[in-house]
Design a binder for this molecule. Structure first.
Ligand code: PLO
Length: 511
């Protein structure tokens, strides 16, 4: 009897084990994750990611071995890299909400007071409310009105004035380009501007460099947050820079609060203050619920200000670097300007419709050197799929814009700078020659400043080239075209001569 019972027990256990095993096998067989780089406990795939190459190029090259959608472990985080436009569009557009999350990291938390901003803040009802408000405020003060054209043109005139004062002396244009774009966002956010030599402007440039050099570049401390307890030079620089920024923001905030009058809302900070006050008047808890605290307002303005300055000035620097490498492109833009705008007036925003080659050149700059080659990582809110692959909840999904913009299947000679690829055979502008082009991202997290940036880049470039020819000073090298990876793809400093064009020498425009 005992033997019989024992035998039955054994049989049952074996059957249970087999069925468990089968269930596990089946679920494993049904799930298909993207191919993964080898990984070890704790450090993940770090050993396979060590390279002298910047991450966007390394990830682009890894496609050869792992396919265009692959994954790895970054410490304990599962990361998926998307290198083709079909998958990128699925993540950003088709399943935008599923992938709308953002990872929290040590450095971005320092920058944004624990993600109380729009770019790095997680997706939530209050984030949505926040973004909508900023969007309408931006429309009110910028994109939607003629006022913005006046502001940009005023700064373009001032920039050209400074350039002429240099005559044929070589200069690094970066500080002047930064001042021009800073003054545009300054007008929008605070209704102020900086003159040349303003000490506060210098402070701003210095802290912003400190932030760009240290934030969100997948440094070790963002992969292993516990490292923050050890001394870390980058983290110190970041904290110091953020402290300087915060002081400046607090000062502006106080000035705005003191002078606030709901009848005369004259900038973004006023608009956000007004929204907060009206929420507080209607229901004392709502502003807390939707997250419209002072911190949120400050971090949002910090985002718009930081993004507005660093991204646009970077694109302008890339554009000028390429124009120096390709003088024939510069000449064609000038010919187009001469033919379609002439010398009796300055370029206007409405000229974007007729200056096809200028617009094509800007598109090509944004393709060949995207400001944000990996965008900002997304996070999956739930188990989902990309193409035929399963993606687990909480996976970090990185869109490698660099791969999209340099995809040989989509672009002829992708490493060649060729504005003509954005024109048709009649020289008219093609809206987009390939789907593999998303310089501002796409979907619910698409760049808030896209329209503003396009207006600024167009006006600043056309104003400069109408009047000057840019050249490399004798004895100086051509600008480096590789750049330096970080939260934006930075341009290494270079020198230029802005030579007044002969046609312009005795020209006068009376406006
Ligand atoms: C740039 C330096 C500033 O001092 C702070 C700042 C704020 C917003 C960031 C921006 C920096 C870099 C570019 C970012 C932008 C938000 C959206 C934009 C990341 C860090 C891009 C390219 O996605």
């Amino acid at each position: 009897m005992i033997v019989w019972l024992g035998g039955a027990l054994l049989l049952v256990s074996v059957l249970v084990l087999i069925s468990f095993w089968r269930i596990r096998l089946r679920s494993k067989r049904d799930v298909k994750y993207p191919k993964s780089l080898p990984s070890l406990p704790v450090i993940g795939s770090l050993l396979h990611l060590g390279s002298h190459l910047p991450p966007h190029i390394l990830f682009c090259n890894l496609q050869k071995k792992y396919g265009s959608l692959f994954s790895f472990m970054m410490g304990s985080h599962y990361v998926v890299i998307v290198n083709n436009h079909e998958d990128a569009r699925e993540v950003l557009l088709k399943k935008g909400k599923t992938f709308a999350g953002r990872p929290r990291t040590v450095t971005t938390d320092i920058l944004t007071r624990d993600a109380k901003d729009i770019a790095f803040g997680d997706y939530s009802p209050s984030w949505k409310f926040h973004r909508k408000m900023v969007h309408s405020a931006l429309c009110m003060f910028g994109e939607g009105t003629v006022a913005i054209e006046k502001i940009i043109s005023r700064e373009a005139a001032s920039l050209c004035q400074t350039l002429s004062s240099f005559h044929t002396v070589s200069l690094d244009m970066a500080p002047e380009l930064i001042r021009a774009v800073t003054n545009v966002v300054c007008s929008l956010c605070f209704n102020t501007r900086y003159d040349r030599g303003d000490a506060e402007f210098q402070t701003m440039m210095d802290y912003s460099k400190g932030i760009v050099d240290t934030v969100a570049k997948d440094s070790l401390v963002d992969i292993f947050p516990w490292l923050k307890i050890f001394p870390n030079k980058d983290l110190d620089t970041l904290k110091k820079s953020v402290a300087v920024r915060d002081e400046l923001l607090a000062k502006k905030f106080k000035e705005h609060k003191d002078a606030f009058c709901s009848e005369t809302v004259s900038d973004l900070m006023d608009a956000l203050l007004k929204a907060k006050l009206s929420l507080e008047n209607n229901n004392s808890n709502t502003s807390q619920e939707v997250g419209l605290t002072d911190d949120h307002i400050l971090m949002t303005v910090g985002d718009i200000f930081g993004a507005g300055v660093e991204t646009t000035s970077t694109v302008l620097k890339w554009a000028i670097a390429y124009l120096l490498h390709y003088p024939e492109v510069q000449r064609r833009i000038q010919e187009e300007l001469d033919a379609k705008v002439g010398l009796s007036r300055y370029p206007l925003l409405s000229d974007r419709k007729i200056l096809h080659y200028t617009e094509a050149t800007i598109s090509e700059v944004l393709r060949i050197r995207p400001v944000s080659p990996l965008l900002i990582p997304h996070v999956a809110f739930k188990d989902s799929r990309i193409g035929e692959y399963d993606i687990p909840k909480d996976a970090r999904v990185v869109i490698n814009l660099w791969s999209l913009h340099h995809d040989e299947k989509e672009w002829v000679n992708p490493h060649l700078f060729n504005p003509d690829r954005f024109l048709d055979e009649n020289g008219d502008r093609l809206s987009s020659p390939s789907q593999s082009y998303l310089p501002f991202g796409a979907g619910i997290r698409v760049c808030l400043g896209e329209a503003l940036a396009k207006m600024e880049i167009f006006l600043f470039l056309s104003w400069i080239l109408q009047r000057f020819t840019l050249e490399v000073p004798a004895g100086n090298p051509l600008p480096d075209l590789e750049g330096k990876f970080g939260v934006v793809l930075q341009v290494k400093p270079f020198k230029v001569i802005a030579k007044l064009r002969e046609v312009w020498e005795n020209n006068e425009i009376t406006t």
